[in-house]
Design a protein around this ligand. Structure first.
Ligand code: NIG
Ligand code: FE
Length: 416
């Protein structure tokens, strides 16, 4: 192996059993295209200066003059770096006590109503300070990277005050994440008396002007015990005016009008959908709003799964994400989510791969650079410890990620 001169880099991943990537160049993919994966056997991926420059069969590998680092891909398969488009990874503390209480029968919404749940993470996050949060997110980001996630979104929403919301957004941005402002996640104790309308008013007046400079999108939790559709409309409309893309947590426990609102406002995505019925499915299928499914969250809370197959079959644009957070989904693994998508949602491995690569990249406004292995796109590659890429979904909870490459450099390896 020879190394590349400083300032430039060349990485050849060679002798791969397979390279698998969503077909085509458009995004999001839906209908039949959701399940179209191009597979090259006995293949290589050439990365130069952070971009993929060539993907092909070994027999087509050109003579490479000059220094090139080589990575042995024998018995491995390559897929695009995974994109986690919905996480709450910027939190302090944990909720392991709550997890044990839930295992003994306590309900998630009941714990929240009693001042625990999301609000207990708000207390820990406020107390951690910006440096504490930085350290916590670095730890969580490392877990995500080892699970194959090379691009992640993370939301605020555990500050619920001006200072901590903005600190969360700064920390996410500095850690290389895509920041989403989730000021409207829960009503904080300071506004318990005045209620949601007054809290939304405060968010828009005191936090939005700076949040809009740090975040790429805004998100709101539309649910009983959180925000109703009217409050969400007010929050999202103001956020859109300030230049943010729109996202919603909707239909997690009840159908609360979030699907119609997402479509009305032209949101990028609506996420959760565990309670969505046939009308919501049909409305989403006829819209450009991406349905982001979070089966690890449904599993973790022992809730019904979202209607994944119905959405995919009716032609909705579907993405998959972890929802990584300390309360409803303490799980950073997109491979595990792909396994759940196939076993619980009725998606095929091919649909699952597109959903957590190109479609997730579209949700984050990055499908022009991420989510496929093709010349000109970012050299983010996951090498799976299997000679068939479908192990991504098949090896449930197993050590399926062998090596992670981001920007053409190896950033995580399972083997020493
Ligand atoms: O997406 N449902 C709202 N928010 C998160 C959970 C946050 C938490 O429990 O800390 C979710 O499930
Ligand atoms: Fe969430």
């Amino acid at each position: 192996m020879t190394s590349a001169p400083p300032g430039s880099s060349r990485l050849l991943i060679r002798d791969l059993a397979q390279v698998a990537t969503p077909a085509g160049r458009s995004a999001p993919v839906r209908g039949a295209a959701l399940g179209e994966i191009d597979v090259v056997e006995d293949a290589f991926v050439l990365c130069e200066d952070g971009l993929v420059t060539q993907v092909g069969a070994m027999r087509e590998l050109p003579q490479l003059a000059g220094p090139v680092e080589e990575l042995d891909g024998r018995d491995l398969s390559a897929v695009p770096g995974l994109v986690d488009c919905h996480t709450h990874a910027c939190f302090a503390g944990d909720r392991v006590d709550e997890f044990a209480l839930r295992a003994a029968g306590a309900g998630y919404e009941e714990l929240h109503a009693a001042g625990g749940g999301i609000l207990s993470t708000v207390r820990a996050t406020r107390a951690a300070g910006e440096e504490g949060l930085r350290a916590a997110l670095a730890r969580h980001r490392d877990w995500m990277l080892r699970a194959g996630t090379t691009t992640f979104e993370a939301k605020s929403g555990y500050g619920l005050d001006r200072e901590t919301e903005l600190a969360q957004l700064r920390v996410i941005r500095d850690a290389g994440g895509v920041p989403t402002w989730l000021g409207a996640h829960a009503i904080p104790p300071e506004f318990e008396r005045e209620g949601g309308d007054a809290y939304v008013e405060f968010l828009l007046r005191e936090v939005l002007p700076e949040a809009a400079m740090l975040a790429e999108a805004a998100d709101v939790f539309v649910e009983r015990g959180a925000f109703d559709a009217e409050q969400a409309r007010r929050y999202l409309t103001a956020c859109r005016r300030a230049g943010l893309e729109l996202r919603l947590h909707g239909d997690q426990f009840t159908e609360s009008g979030a699907v119609a609102l997402a479509i009305e406002l032209g949101a990028r995505s609506i996420d959760h959908l565990e309670a969505t019925g046939p009308q919501g499915v049909a409305a989403l299928a006829a819209s450009d709003v991406v349905a982001v499914l979070l089966p690890a969250s449904a599993l973790f809370l022992a809730r019904p799964m979202p209607p994944g197959r119905a959405l995919a079959e009716s032609g909705a644009a579907v993405a998959l994400a972890t929802d990584f957070n300390p309360g409803s989904a303490f799980c950073e693994s997109l491979p595990l989510v792909c396994g759940l998508a196939c076993t619980q949602l009725g998606l095929s491995p091919a649909q699952a791969l597109s959903a957590c690569t190109v479609n997730a990249a579209h949700v984050l406004g990055r499908a022009d650079r991420k989510g496929r292995l093709a010349p000109g796109l970012d050299a983010d590659v996951v090498l799976l410890a299997a000679d068939d890429w479908r192990y991504l979904a098949y090896h449930l909870g197993g050590p399926v990620v062998d090596t992670v490459v981001r920007g053409g450099r190896v950033v995580a390896r399972a083997r020493a």
